[in-house]
Design a protein around this ligand. Structure first.
Ligand SMILES: Nc1ncnc2c1ncn2[C@@H]1O[C@H](COP(=O)(O)OP(=O)(O)OP(=O)(O)O)[C@@H](O)[C@H]1O
Ligand SMILES: O=P(O)(O)OC[C@H]1O[C@](O)(CO)[C@@H](O)[C@@H]1O
Ligand SMILES: [Mg+2]
Length: 321
């Protein structure tokens, strides 16, 4: 009997999950595995929602956003009795290896599961937050940035027409990557993120000087992790004296067909994950660092802090002063 390998998606969905699942299943089959998929992430692992990953199931999914396998955040997975239930579901099908496509929380879940039952796994980083340590890139980030870019370009049209300020809150949980890169790509005047200290007094002086030179609107990008959206909007309105509106972009950032970059990186991560399991690695996370694909043991990933690109930080510093 060929060896069983199951693939699932977990945590916040992100564009690129579908091509990652498709490629991992097809490549695993070529490598002599019997590939399975699990629906509903960790919840489905517990509730026995498995299907054989045959060619028919994998067709027509590549271009779709989100995850066709669906995802979840599961409180029950913190409980050993539910994890045992998940283990029994694997055992009865002869599934000996797992590939998880998700974020840091999902990797921690697998690390715990490996400690409990010794099931080797490989993790594919996929989260729009781009907050996984040791990798420069997580699937879904490019697609999310393009969604944000499109929205901010549209908001600029109305900001200019009405001579208004717009504060645009973007996702990222505690990480400011989406905020910084979109602020740079969209030419925002202000960018507030958890990573960089800001100074409203000097921002105010800069804006007043800009107004004297003819600027008639403002775009400010705020990372959700700062919780500054409301405050900054009121501050621009009351202190700067420009009519201001707040737009919280919300979950629109998580949707959309994966960009070419996300599709291609999904393929490379997926092949790397199957290869890592084939080499006998037990708890590896796929990483992309300085232009190179590699794997790292989970403890090296989960025990470090994510580091933001220093050039991006340097370019954004003037936007919070
Ligand atoms: N230490 C742990 N033990 C068991 N399960 C865990 C552990 N940490 C996280 N999990 C499980 O992993 C799930 C996914 O984690 P989380 O919600 O943090 O999303 P993520 O994978 O980091 O993705 P994203 O940040 O993009 O939403 C959690 O809902 C929980 O069920
Ligand atoms: O969809 P939910 O569960 O509300 O979670 C929202 C969070 O998930 C993410 O979209 C991805 O982790 C974060 O940016 C955001 O803070
Ligand atoms: Mg996370």
């Amino acid at each position: 009997m060929s060896k069983g390998l199951a693939i699932f998606t977990s945590g916040g969905d992100s564009a690129g999950m579908n091509p990652a699942v498709k490629c991992a299943a097809e490549y695993a089959a070529r490598m002599g595995y019997k590939p399975w998929v699990v629906y509903d992430g960790l919840r489905g692992l517990i509730d026995d929602k498995f299907a054989e990953a045959d060619k028919a199931l994998m067709s027509g999914i590549l271009h779709r956003g989100g995850t066709f396998l669906r995802s979840s955040r599961s409180k029950r997975f913190f409980d050993i009795e539910f994890r045992r239930q998940a283990f029994e579901n694997l055992q009865k099908r002869g599934i000996e290896k797992l590939i998880v496509v998700g974020g840091d929380g999902s990797f921690r879940a697998m690390n715990q599961f490996y400690a409990d039952f010794g099931i080797p796994f490989a993790g594919i980083p996929a989260t729009i937050d781009n907050d996984i340590p040791e990798t420069d890139y997580c699937l879904g980030v490019d697609t999310a940035l393009n969604m944000i870019r499109q929205s901010v370009d549209s908001i600029r049209d109305t900001a200019d027409s009405f001579s208004r300020a717009f504060v645009i809150e973007v996702m990222g949980r505690h990480c400011g990557y989406l905020a910084m890169v979109s602020a740079l790509a969209c030419g925002a005047e202000i960018c507030l993120t958890p990573e960089l200290p800001y100074n409203l007094d000097s921002i105010g002086e800069r804006l007043r000087a800009d107004f004297k030179r003819g600027r008639n609107y403002i775009l400010a990008i705020v990372a959700e992790g700062t919780k500054m959206g409301d405050y900054l909007t009121r501050w621009i309105n009351d202190t700067i004296g420009m009519e201001a509106r707040l737009t919280v972009l919300g979950h629109v950032q998580r949707g959309g067909s994966p960009t070419v970059r996300d599709r291609l990186m999904a393929y490379k991560f997926a092949v790397g994950a199957v290869d890592a399991l084939e080499r006998g690695e037990k708890d590896s996370i796929m990483i992309y660092r300085d232009g190179t694909y590699a794997t790292k043991p989970i403890h090296e990933v989960c025990d470090s802090r994510y580091q933001l690109d220093p050039t991006v930080l340097r370019l954004c510093r003037p936007l919070c002063q």
